[in-house]
Structure formats: C-alpha cells, structure tokens
Design a protein around this ligand. Structure first.
Ligand SMILES: Nc1ncnc2c1ncn2[C@@H]1O[C@H](COP(=O)(O)OP(=O)(O)OP(=O)(O)O)[C@@H](O)[C@H]1O
Length: 306
C-alpha cells in the first residue's frame, strides 16, 4: 500500500462572508504526481497557500506525514517545499551563488545536498552562469532545486509551466516525473490547462467553485481505458466514502446527493457488497462513459483546452 504524504481533511476557507473553499478532502501519496486543476478562480491558489502554511484554514486540517498543520505547524511545514510565487533569484549572481545565498537562511544543508539537488534538475553545467542569462525553464528548475534542499516529503508547484515555451514545458515535465521516482516525494502541481498537466500527473483532482468535483487516474493508459465512472446514490454518504477508502482505496467524491468514483467494471459488485454489509443503503448505481476531458469541456470551456 502506498504511503500517504499529505492529507486534506474537509479543508474550508472563508474570506469575509465568502466561502472560497468548501470542504476539500483528498490524499496524495509519496512518489505520486498529483495535479490540481480547475478554471480561473476555482480556488487552486487558495488551497495551495493553505497546504504550504501561508494561509490559515477556516476549518478542517491538512496533515503532512501525519503532522497537523494546525497543531504541529513547524514540523508539518518542514516537510513541504514549494514554489508558490516566483522564487526570488538574483539575476546578477550565478546559480551556485543563488543557492549558497539561500542556504545561509536554512541550517543543516550540506554541500553534498546542494550538488545532489542541482543534479536532480540537471543544472550542473549552468551553475557557474549568471541567472540573468538562464532561460525561464532553467530558472524554474533552479527554483525547484531550491525548494528541494531541505529534503521535503511534499513538493508543491503552482502553475510551474506558466510562461514556458513547449521545449521548456517538456523539460519541466521530465524533471518532475524523475523527481517523483528518484526522490519519492509527493508532487502537487496546479494548472488551468488539462493538456499540460495530463502528461505529467498520475492523478488529477478537479476543483470548481471551491469544491472537488472529480479525481481521476491519468498516466496508466490501460487502466484508464478500463476504468468506469461510477455514480451511486447512498445514505449515509460519509460512511460510504470512508468504507470505499478503507476497504478499496477508492477516493469517492460527493456530487450533490451522489458519490462519484472510478472503478473497474468487474469490481463494482464487490464495492456495493461492502457498502450493503456495513448498513449503507444503496438506492442507485450508474456507470457512465464520461471522461475527464468531457468534464473539462463542461468546466473550463473549450478555448482553454489545447
Ligand atoms: N483575499 C481574498 N479576498 C476575497 N476573495 C478572494 C481572496 N483571495 C481569493 N479570493 C477569491 O477566491 C476565489 C478563488 O481564488 P484562487 O486564486 O484560489 O483561484 P485559482 O483557482 O487559483 O484561480 P487562478 O487560476 O485564476 O489563479 C476567487 O473567486 C477569488 O476571487
């Protein structure tokens, strides 16, 4: 079973009277690349700011390696590396000087670790060059290296491909995938572009109006083709969500009175049996062919899907 790196538990955010995030719950595993996607204003940045401890939660909790961001802030945040706003880099200094400058602020980072992260993002040869001469993609990679220095369990990147040309996007994608595998970190990426994120993520969570509307596996093509979108109408809903999670490792999402999740068709009777055996009343079971892309067309509108 995969190890959970981060768990969002009914996370809510209210600013003034407006509820911006309305109860987000999902988990991200070590070694997994998780995409958070949704239209502009959906709540991605707000969610990420809460995940990294830059913004307080109004309700719920975020746990990183089981450490609560509310009750164990320092230890929880220690496990997170992030690029939320553009990382501060000095163009007149070389890559190596920038990292050395940054390291002065965090105790315990060795020279070996610096060399290690530089190698992970493939910037060995550019270390002696001034950052002002770097391409945007190289600057992003240096930012990623910086965020990795303290060996975090979770790396969070807000719109990492913003402003990059196709070659830069390809580069970042490659390093992100490599990072998840080699360092076994959980990587969370936000974007409003499906086409970009689909290629680098294992799973994608779709948010709209501060709510999670779908979670979908993406990278494993064979599995993706075999998976069905299942909707069930059940009570009590919370119990059904918990049962699917503990017995079958399924992340079900509440969508009005229904629960939606992905499953292989052959497994559906078994899932329903678990629910019924545990006194959950099942009123309806539906299977649709709706794909993630269809959802995006509904959600985001055609013109932003490339
Ligand atoms: N400080 C604030 N005060 C009031 N409303 C806010 C504040 N910050 C964000 N919002 C609102 O919260 C909602 C979510 O914003 P957020 O920036 O998290 O969305 P997003 O999905 O990251 O969008 P984008 O892709 O445009 O960055 C928006 O409707 C935004 O107007």
């Amino acid at each position: 079973m995969s190890e959970i790196a981060m768990e969002l538990m009914d996370v809510k955010k209210k600013i003034g009277k407006k509820e911006i995030i309305k109860g987000l719950s999902f988990t991200i595993n070590k070694g997994e690349v998780f995409g958070l996607i949704g239209p502009n204003g959906a709540g991605k940045t707000t969610t990420i700011r809460m995940m990294v401890g830059l913004m307080q939660l109004s309700d719920g909790d975020v746990q990183i390696l089981g450490k609560s961001i509310k009750t164990n802030y320092k230890e929880a945040v220690r496990e997170v590396g992030a690029i939320v706003e553009n990382p501060e880099m000095y163009p007149f200094m070389t890559g190596a000087q920038n990292l050395a400058h940054y390291v002065r602020m965090i105790p315990g980072i060795t020279k070996e670790r610096i060399n290690e992260v530089v190698a992970i993002v493939g910037l060995e040869k550019a270390m002696k060059e001034k950052v002002g001469r770097y391409s945007l993609g190289m600057r992003q990679r240096l930012g990623i290296a910086q965020a990795l220095l303290h060996n975090p369990s979770v790396l969070i990147l807000d719109e990492p491909t913003n402003g990059l040309d196709p070659a830069g996007i390809r580069e970042i994608r490659m390093y992100i995938r490599r990072l998840a595998i080699e360092e076994n970190v959980a990587i969370i990426i936000s974007s409003h572009l499906l086409s970009e994120i689909e290629l680098m993520c294992d799973r994608i969570g779709v948010i709209k109006n501060g709510e999670l509307v779908a979670i979908q596996q993406v990278n494993d093509k064979s599995e993706k083709d075999n998976l069905k979108q299942v909707q069930i109408e059940v009570t009590p809903v919370d119990q059904a969500i918990a049962l699917l999670k503990t017995h079958h490792e399924i992340d079900a999402v509440q969508d009005d009175k229904q629960l939606t999740f992905q499953s292989e068709k052959e497994k559906i009777p078994e899932l329903i049996q678990t629910l019924v055996k545990n006194d959950v009343a099942v009123y309806q079971v539906g299977v649709t062919k709706s794909t993630l892309e269809d959802k995006f067309f509904d959600l985001i509108g055609e013109n932003t899907i490339e």
